[in-house]
Design a protein around this ligand. Structure first.
Ligand code: FAD
Length: 412
């Protein structure tokens, strides 16, 4: 069997795939989404950035997300030894939404997929893309839920397969990341924080808390409230810095938590709700992001690092940018995929890259923990932390490395 009469085939029903499918469907394009798993399914990546609310709105999904009862998020807090800094996303340089949510991705991704399906998108679960042929029109081989293979022929192909990285693997586009090989160990907890305080300060449940290891600034922790009594908890570092890898993951995670006195206090009564998991070597890159036959979205393209929670925002931003080009190409225009998709997308990714690299070499940590920040500069930094990394009006976006270094000098 070969399915034809399809404009765009999309691999994966995560945030990038669902936003892309919805946007294309709104433009009258015939889309099909092939998803390997059945939803709900676990995914890491629970802290959203306000910038991504724009793409939810564009896809007519904002009401559904606003009504779902997710944990409100209005900023990011950072802690290192006794130093605490927070950023309120409503006090930022770039116009646009100033708040968002922290979500269990199993629920969030299912909500997006169900909303896309209600809009009329055909999503097929339990089906896996196994081969691709780009000689003529893009053709995919799909194994269905019964183990039977069928073909899909489409005018265009979007790879939204996340860490599955279907096209980078099948087309040999994989390119190593320049970022160090780090690992993350994480779980969900019943946090039982109650009225516990650190440095006379109650825990702000409306913000992600990023804590830095007191002796090794390369190691950091996330504490992401998901509800009034539950959090996602994780630690990130180079594997050799995270203790004896023969030990149980839960033992390693709690030992790392206990090395940071603030978290040790906050989480003294925490109970683990979910088996601890580990992801290693997740930073990845590709040699080609798009051609006139396919484009890579979200994590199927480049994934940097989790420290600024930029993954879902980049995923949705890429979906919005790519679908505009796809629609124009389907309507007969010639698209230069390098200059009209890959380069503009990478402008924002490169802004995040500047800040990720400067986080790990300590420059950006010095800026964050500087105790007399200039308000205007703080608003520009806040914009980037809120996800507005494509806003060229922000001087810290336009010349991110140079301007960041100037601020670092001021702080040092
Ligand atoms: P995904 O959400 O991964 O969706 C891809 C889908 O494709 C999956 O459902 C999968 O089943 C399907 N698929 C895979 N292979 C196939 C196939 N062969 N055929 C059919 N379907 C297939 N991001 C944030 O925004 N905030 C955070 O706080 C955050 N924390 C993170 C922490 C860590 C440790 C890591 C590693 C990442 C974190 N991220 C975070 C990044 C985030 O997880 C991803 O960027 C985001 O999920 C990418 O979305 P996506 O739509 O590209 O892919």
């Amino acid at each position: 069997e070969t399915l034809t009469d399809i404009d765009v085939a999309i691999i994966g029903a995560g945030p990038s795939g669902c936003i892309a499918a919805s946007l294309l469907h709104q433009q009258g394009k015939r889309v099909i989404v092939i998803e390997k798993l059945h939803f709900p399914r676990f995914s890491i990546g629970e802290s959203l950035l306000p910038c991504c609310m724009q793409w939810l709105e564009e896809a007519n999904m904002l009401d559904a997300v606003n009504q779902a009862g997710f944990q409100f998020k209005n900023g990011a807090a950072f802690r290192y030894k006794e130093q605490y800094t927070d950023f309120d996303f409503s006090d930022k340089f770039t116009p646009g939404p100033g708040a968002t949510f922290q979500v269990e991705r199993a629920d969030f991704d299912k909500l997006l997929a169900d909303t896309a399906a209600e809009q009329g998108v055909d999503i097929r679960y339990g089906e896996t893309v196994t081969t691709v042929d780009l000689i003529g029109k893009p053709r995919l081989t799909v194994t269905d839920a019964n183990g039977e293979a069928y073909l899909i022929e489409a005018e265009y192909l979007l790879d939204a397969s996340g860490f599955g990285r279907v096209l980078p693997k099948l087309l040999e586009l994989e390119k190593p990341s320049t970022l160090a090989n780090r690992s993350a160990i994480f779980t969900h907890i019943q946090d039982n924080i109650g009225k516990k305080e650190v440095d006379d300060r109650p825990f702000d449940r409306n913000k992600i808390l990023i804590s830095v290891h007191p002796q090794n600034r390369d190691i950091w922790y996330w504490l992401i409230p998901l509800s009034p009594d539950r959090c996602s908890l994780g630690v990130v570092g180079e594997p050799h810095l995270m203790g004896n890898s023969d030990l149980d993951l839960e033992v390693i995670l709690m030992d790392m938590v206990n090395q940071e006195p603030g978290l040790k206090t906050l989480l003294a009564d925490a109970e683990i709700l979910r088996e601890c998991a580990e992801l290693k070597g997740y930073s990845a890159n590709v040699s080609t992001l798009a051609t006139d036959k396919f484009a890579l979205l979200g994590n199927a393209g480049e994934f940097l690092d989790p420290v600024f929670s930029s993954g879902v925002t980049i995923a949705m931003q890429s979906a919005s940018m790519a679908t505009k080009c796809v629609v124009r190409q389907l309507n007969g225009e010639k698209i230069d995929w390098q200059s009209e998709y890959a380069k503009p997308l990478m402008r924002g990714v490169d802004t995040f890259r500047t800040y990720v690299e400067a986080w790990y070499d300590g420059r950006f940590q010095d800026v964050i923990f500087y105790d007399a920040p200039d308000n205007k500069i703080k608003q520009m930094v806040c914009s980037i932390l809120a996800g507005y990394a494509w806003d060229e009006a922000n001087p810290l976006v336009a010349e991110s490395e140079k301007r960041l270094n100037l601020i670092v000098e001021l702080c040092r």
